[in-house]
Design a protein around this ligand. Sequence first.
Ligand code: HEC
Length: 228
Amino acid sequence: MKKLLKTTLSVLAGLAISFNVLAAAAVTLDSANTDIRDQKSLQNGAKLFMNYCSGCHSIAFMRYNRIGKDLNISDADVEKNLMFSGDKIGETITSSMSKTGAEKWFGTTPPDLSLVSRSKGVDWIYTYLHGFYKDESRPFGVNNKILVNASMPDVLWELKQNKSAEDFDQDVRDITNFLDYVGEPAKLVRVDLGYKVLAFLFVLFILSYLLKKEYWKDVKYGKWRAKD
Ligand code: HEC
């Protein structure tokens, strides 16, 4: 019995230590506060993404015309505002950057971002885009708080300089929101449907409750009540 107690205690102590180590290594992420139902935010995010990110990053699981359809942007506007590389509107969104060039310039190929919101989560992306700081020892003069020694330059620095802090936050949130949508386009339908189902269940609950009251009225006070 004593032995069992000892082993249990040492296992618990070991767990406590490893949790501590993990907690120390983790950085706290800022909350992205994105809202997938905010179409304006998604439209702005799409525009910013195509302007500031698509030169390096592909989102190869997504097509231009699907964005148009899902976000209510006409084909003409998609072609005017979201397409720069001479692609056709039905094509997937690949990056024009060559692989060997990218490796030469950045040391690594910029990853495809189709599923980054699924693998890293929106809070991570939001914090990452906010997380660049000056570091002269790095090739682009910047480092990143949560992706240490990231080989991506701080591509939004100009936007940050020309905007108020709130507007810049909103832009970063919109890009993050857009990547969330790209990671799971069905979320647009799923979340919307979820609210409707909940509303329906709420109404059903009230009706069921009233019905139950009606039935039990007879059982409690009516002719069905057992004589005592
Ligand atoms: C000049 C090229 C370039 C541009 C423009 C660029 N990136 Fe990157 N990005 C990179 C490179 C290179 C990496 C790989 C960094 C590493 O692993 O060190 C990267 C990494 C990332 C990652 C991390 C992916 C992962 O799974 O680790 C995210 C998220 C990201 N970029 C988002 C963006 C967004 C959003 C934009 C537009 C605002 C953008 N990037 C613009 C080059 C670029």
